[in-house]
Design a protein around this ligand. Structure first.
Ligand SMILES: Cc1ncc(COP(=O)(O)O)c(C=O)c1O
Length: 370
């Protein structure tokens, strides 16, 4: 048996609608962008949603919409896009440490990173678990720090009944490994009309559609990008989003099965922690094991055709080109990056596949003691 790390759930509904959209000859952004954005707003209770070509683009738009440059606090325990977006927008990333159990940014560490130059905090909702946005929002308001939510890995998860992407400017990814996919794609969410108007122009060459002296007039008012999502990919996203509850439930069911079975194998395997009042969308299922066996276990699973991985190892502040932005030790991040292990999870994963992974972990522990 071969078990992939992740696999998108694409059925005939996506295929039929994408085909129909392709046949309609409307290939660039079009009616399905609006439908997808409206459904996103309805599902996640946001005011404005803008579909675009990636979460990385959404992060850049969010940062540019702040209108100033300075220091932006981010976790080091994230995909490199979070830091790249900051640097590519002319600001400086300042790395904060995380909480070991939630794997999310630690407010105490954030507070130590604040200087006069701090303009924003990008929180990363890791693997499907929201950050503690109640405390973070309070802190940022008090310190006049803008919040951007890198919610690439978390779609449809809540903190006290409030979805991620509604606390600051939300940035979501529809890369094939994520909770829903448009192949490549992303979404920016905001409750601020000015941010919405600015980003709408920024993703489409800086053209202001309200300025029109005649029908051929296109007036650029800023140096925009082409970050738009094409119509047929928006149609795919719309179809995927309609079944998000079902997809996330399937992920949660698999996570629960892993939780109960892995706990029986060894006390040293730590299953994911979900704080009270939070929900998890399990874009990834991560456990921690002792650092001295982590790599061995990864190789063992690979040999048995199981695609496991380690998100994120190495963390950003230890990567060569990012080292210059950080002088301090981030001890929790470093420890977690040595112990974390990502197991396969995807909505269509069969019980047989889950038990194959569990059986192999069990075999590994039998050979390598408990
Ligand atoms: C935390 C985080 N931020 C940003 C991204 C980038 O998303 P995209 O590939 O849509 O640009 C990812 C994707 O892997 C991610 O995990």
């Amino acid at each position: 048996m071969k078990v992939p790390l992740c696999k998108p759930s694409i059925d005939k509904n996506e295929i039929n609608l994408v085909t129909k959209t392709l046949k309609s000859n409307w290939l660039t952004h079009g009616p399905y962008n609006t439908k997808f954005e409206e459904l996103f707003n309805t599902k996640f209770k946001t005011k404005y949603a803008i579909a675009m070509n990636s979460c990385t683009s959404a992060l850049e738009c969010a940062i540019k919409s702040l209108g100033i440059k300075g220091e932006i606090i981010i976790p080091s325990f994230t995909w490199v896009s979070t830091a790249n977006a900051v640097i590519n927008c002319g600001s400086k990333p300042v790395f904060a440490d995380i909480n070991f159990n939630t794997r999310n940014i630690d407010l105490k560490s954030v507070s130590k990173c604040v200087t006069k130059k701090t303009i924003a905090l990008i929180v990363v909702h890791f693997a499907g678990l929201p950050c503690d946005m109640t405390k973070i929002s309070k802190f940022c308001k008090k310190n006049n720090i803008k919040i951007i939510e890198d919610s690439a890995e978390t779609l449809g998860a809540k903190i006290n009944n409030k979805f991620t992407g509604t606390f600051g400017i939300g940035c979501f990814s529809f890369f094939p490994t994520k909770n829903i996919t448009t192949t490549e794609g992303g979404m920016l969410t905001t409750n601020n009309k000015n941010t919405y108007n600015f980003v709408k122009k920024l993703i489409a060459h800086g053209i202001d559609k309200n300025i029109k002296s005649n029908f051929w007039h296109r007036e650029a008012v800023l140096a925009g990008h082409n970050f738009r999502m094409p119509n047929h990919l928006a149609a795919m996203g719309y179809t995927q989003l309609r079944k998000i509850s079902k997809l996330n439930k399937a992920r949660n069911d698999i996570a629960n099965l892993y939780n109960s079975e892995l706990s029986k194998i060894s006390k040293k395997i730590k299953i994911p922690f979900i704080p009270k009042g939070f929900t998890h969308s399990f874009q990834m299922y991560t456990i921690t094991v002792e650092s001295k066996i982590r790599n061995k276990l990864l190789n063992f699973l690979k040999k048995n055709n199981i695609e496991a991985s380690a998100h994120f190892d190495p963390p950003l502040h230890l990567q060569k080109y990012l080292k210059k932005f950080n002088k301090k030790k981030l001890s929790v991040t470093e420890k977690l990056s040595r112990e974390i292990l990502t197991l396969p999870i995807f909505p269509d994963m069969s019980r047989k596949e889950v038990f194959y992974v569990i059986k192999n972990i069990n075999n590994f522990y039998k050979i390598n003691n408990k």
